[in-house]
Write a protein that binds this ligand. Structure first.
Ligand code: PEP
Length: 250
C-alpha cells in the first residue's frame, strides 16, 4: 500500500514565531484528519529547529526546501544535508521548479543533491513538471521523462525505495490554475510507467504527489485518482485550516 502524503512547502514565507504558530495549529487540528495521512511541513531553514520542537510528540514530519550539492566546506550561504538532518528533518524537497527556474538547477546539480540527501538519511521529494509552453506543445511527457531519467534513473534500488516524487506543472504553481484530476492522473500514470521501466514492481510503491494550486476545494477529486498519492502544497499550506482540510481530501 502506497503512503498517502500531504507536504507543505512554506517557501520563503513566515518569520520564526509565525512558523511555530502555524506548526502548532497543524498539530492542534491533526486529530481531525485520518491517521493514514502522512503530513510533512517544509519551513525555511531559519526556523526548522523551532518548528521541529513545536512538532515534538506529533506524527508530523519536517523537511527542508533544498540542500547543498557538497557535504561541507567553503560554500558561503549553502546549507548541507547533514546540517538539515541534524536539526531533525526527515525529508528534503529537491528540484522544485522555482529552484530550476530562478537558481539554474540542472540535473547535474540535482544528482549531487540527491546523493547528499541519501548519504544523510533524508528522503528526497523530487519535483518534476513542465512549463506552459511545453504543455501547449504537447511536450509534457517528454519533459518529465527526461527529468526522471537524468536523475532518478541514477539511484540504486535501495535509494529508489526511499523516494517521493512530486509532479508540479509549472503553469499551475501559485497561479490558481490547477491541472484537472484527469490531467493529473494521466501524467502520474505515465510517471509511474517511466519509473517501472527502470525499477520494475517497486514503482508501484513510490508515492507520487500532485502540486500546483491544490486547495481544500479540489484536493479530494485529485487525490481520488489511482496514481495520485497526495499533494505538495504551497500557498494553502500557510493556513493550518486549509492544509488540514487538504488532508481530509483522502
Ligand atoms: C509549490 O510550489 O510546490 C506549490 C504547489 O505551490 P502552490 O500550491 O502555491 O501552487
Amino acid at each position: 500500500m502506497r503512503k498517502k502524503i500531504v507536504a507543505g512547502n512554506w517557501k520563503m514565507n513566515t518569520l520564526p514565531a509565525e512558523g511555530v504558530e502555524l506548526a502548532k495549529s497543524v498539530v492542534a487540528g491533526r486529530g481531525e484528519v485520518c491517521s493514514c495521512v502522512n503530513f510533512i511541513v517544509c519551513p525555511p531553514f531559519t526556523h526548522i529547529s523551532e518548528v521541529v520542537k513545536a512538532l515534538e510528540g506529533s506524527d508530523i514530519a519536517v523537511g527542508a526546501q533544498d540542500c547543498a550539492t557538497e557535504a561541507k566546506g567553503a560554500y558561503t550561504g549553502e546549507v548541507a544535508a547533514q546540517m538539515i538532518a541534524a536539526l531533525g528533518c526527515k525529508y528534503v524537497i529537491l528540484g522544485h521548479s522555482e529552484r530550476r527556474q530562478y537558481y539554474g538547477e540542472t540535473s547535474e546539480t540535482l544528482n549531487k543533491k540527491m546523493a547528499q540527501a541519501y548519504a544523510n538519511g533524508l528522503t528526497p521529494i523530487y519535483c518534476v513538471g513542465e512549463n506552459l509552453d511545453e504543455r501547449e506543445a504537447g511536450e509534457h511527457f517528454n519533459v518529465v521523462k527526461a527529468q526522471i531519467e537524468e536523475v532518478v534513473y541514477n539511484l540504486t534500488e535501495e535509494q529508489f525505495a526511499n523516494l517521493v516524487i512530486a509532479y508540479e506543472p509549472v503553469w499551475a504553481i501559485g497561479t490558481g490554475k490547477t491541472a484537472t484530476a484527469e490531467q493529473a492522473q494521466e501524467i502520474h500514470a505515465y510517471i509511474r510507467k517511466v519509473l517501472a521501466d527502470k525499477f520494475g514492481a517497486a514503482a508501484e510503491e513510490c508515492a507520487i504527489l500532485y502540486g500546483g494550486s491544490c486547495k481544500p476545494s479540489n484536493a479530494a477529486e485529485i487525490f481520488a485518482k489511482e496514481d495520485v498519492d497526495g499533494g505538495l502544497i504551497g500557498g494553502a499550506a500557510l493556513k493550518a485550516e486549509d492544509f488540514l482540510a487538504i488532508g481530509k481530501g483522502f
